[in-house]
Design a protein around this ligand. Structure first.
Ligand SMILES: C[S@@+](CC[C@H](N)C(=O)[O-])C[C@H]1O[C@@H](n2cnc3c(N)ncnc32)[C@H](O)[C@@H]1O
Length: 326
């Protein structure tokens, strides 16, 4: 299964092209990792017809749009957060770039009137419904080209996945919100310390879970709230006493605390092993979802290229769909 998962996940990098140098200090207000993602994304955009009007979709402060903007081109940024729109405007002014920052909920009906066929829409990490909406609107108004890097496939208004392409619609695969969360469960960006904290927290919860089943005399999982990381500094027995009090459970009698704690770590190992199996479906599922978008665009008359725009450590959401009407 691991070999099959790897085979199904194989995807080439999109070719790079030389990008005009960024304007002076254009990156000063952009977090380092975000700037690298923008550079990688921008360097993959090559279209047969040079863009005349960039449309940065769910632009945040519009960093991507500004990076792409060249002399003679226009830029419109759509973003619904007023604070980001204001900051974006201020940044564009500071860099003497002529950009239009529009406060807009892209899911609103009125968005259709803001798009026209001369736009080249770009979306870097637009969540679920947001990038789906772009793909639908851009193909409906006849944009000649667009570039979309999808993100957060589970952020949709429905409780199940609605395929975009007719090919996916015919598939027997039915996906719910939990399934759609799977592609995002990769945590390459977490450091060793955070991973250790997560492990300890989960092992303790699993140890406590054994204890609460015994205390309640009910062999069922009892949800516990997320706890501050400082709770991990308490001795395990104290942690359990506080959590039991929090859940208003009966008093804990004498326990072999080290045995309960060890059992928690053993259960963590089992959980991690199950996650390994689940993890084999992660990237193939993400590719399936992105291929659905690519196939939809292809059905709308676009020539589509799909590949990665950067390595996984820079961002695990590194897939890019490039579509051009021939
Ligand atoms: C993950 S961020 C990506 C921002 C930017 N493209 C980037 O890569 O830095 C998603 C952006 O979508 C915006 N957003 C969320 N819902 C939106 C909506 N309904 N309409 C417009 N923008 C929205 C958020 O405010 C946020 O700026």
């Amino acid at each position: 299964m691991a070999a099959l998962s790897l085979e199904l996940s194989t995807l080439g990098q999109l070719p790079t092209h030389t990008l005009a140098a960024a304007g002076h200090r254009l990156n000063v207000d952009v977090p380092g990792r975000k700037w690298q993602q923008i550079e990688a994304f921008a360097s993959r955009l090559s279209f047969a017809t040079p863009p005349t009007h960039w449309l940065d979709w769910c632009s945040g402060k519009g960093h991507l749009g500004r990076r792409l903007l060249q002399t003679g081109q226009q830029l419109t940024c759509l973003e619904h957060d007023p604070a980001l729109v204001l900051s974006g405007q201020a940044l564009s002014q500071r860099h003497h770039l002529h950009a239009l920052h529009v406060e807009q909920d892209v899911l609103a009906t009125s968005t259709a009137s803001l798009l026209n066929c001369d736009h080249t829409p770009v979306a870097l990490h637009a969540c679920g419904d947001l990038h789906v909406r772009l793909i639908q609107l851009a193909s409906a108004v006849g944009c000649k080209q667009l570039a979309v890097s999808p993100c957060c496939y589970n952020r949709i208004s429905r409780s199940d996945y609605q395929p975009m392409s007719s090919v996916a619609a015919r598939s027997v695969l039915q996906l719910n919100l939990d399934d759609l969360l799977l592609p995002m469960s990769e945590t390459v960006t977490a450091g060793a310390r955070v991973r250790r904290q997560r492990d300890t927290s989960m092992a303790r919860r699993l140890g406590f879970d054994l204890l609460q089943r015994q205390l309640r005399g009910v062999d069922e999982y009892l949800p516990t709230p997320s706890l501050p990381t400082t709770w991990l500094d308490k001795p395990f027995s104290e942690y359990c006493h506080h959590l039991a009090a929090f859940k208003e459970l009966s008093t804990i009698g004498p326990q072999d605390w080290s045995a309960v704690e060890t059992a928690g770590w053993q259960r963590l190992a089992q959980v991690r092993n199950l996650e390994l199996l689940r993890g084999l479906f992660r990237r193939p599922l993400e590719l399936w979802l992105v291929l659905d978008r690519a196939l939809f665009l292809s059905e709308q008359g676009y020539a589509v290229r799909l590949g990665t725009f950067c390595e996984t450590p820079l961002t695990p959401r590194n897939l890019l769909v490039l579509a051009e009407r021939t």
